[in-house]
Design a protein around this ligand. Sequence first.
Ligand SMILES: *Cc1c(COP(=O)(O)O)cnc(C)c1O
Length: 219
Amino acid sequence: MVENNLRLILDEIKQGNPYGEKVTLVGATKFVPVDVINRAISAGLKDVSENRAQEFKEKYPLVTQPVNYHFIGSLQKNKVKYLIGKCYLIHSVDSLALLDEISRQAVNKGACQDVLLEVNMGVEEQKHGFDLSELESALSYAQTVNGVKVLGLMAMLPESDNQEFLFDLAKKLRSVYDNLKEKYGFKYLSLGMSNDYALCVKAGSNMIRVGSKIFGKRY
Ligand SMILES: *Cc1c(COP(=O)(O)O)cnc(C)c1O
């Protein structure tokens, strides 16, 4: 079941996106038991992610297969310590205060933490992320901070049945990404979940976070 779901999605994205970039599948493993995560990794999943720091802390040592373990959820400053030195990529940096705390903890541990800045697309009642107008100054600030490297952007599309609306939003984010890519050395645009990853990849996402379509509905 999990193995089959995984195979279908990996097959779907194996051509990459229209920009000629490889698309990384990040399994969203919230509420997924560790034995199932280990099985998915054996079946070819190379990246997994949690959205709660506590769950990351508990499951990280038990996932024994080699994998890149990401963090994708909203992160409180007092939980940053659970991630540094373990987490491959933190997708959800949504404030300069959080960036500062990641920097402080990383420098303490002699580590460098790769992160993405979460973008608020300005639709619905989205609470997290930088507004588009704040991005450039956040990025230039990040360049002055030790122990953290911003490798790109992350966003969540709103829930909608209007595929054209969602595709346009995804395209808009890709053009924001392209405008900043060279200057800031971006590698990743993390956009797309079970319901919308196909259109996101078509619009230029190169990292998708998929949970229920691999592991089934569990919430
Ligand atoms: C759970 C989660 C996903 C995956 O959602 P699905 O709809 O289950 O694919 C992606 N991104 C974030 C931030 C999540 O918390």
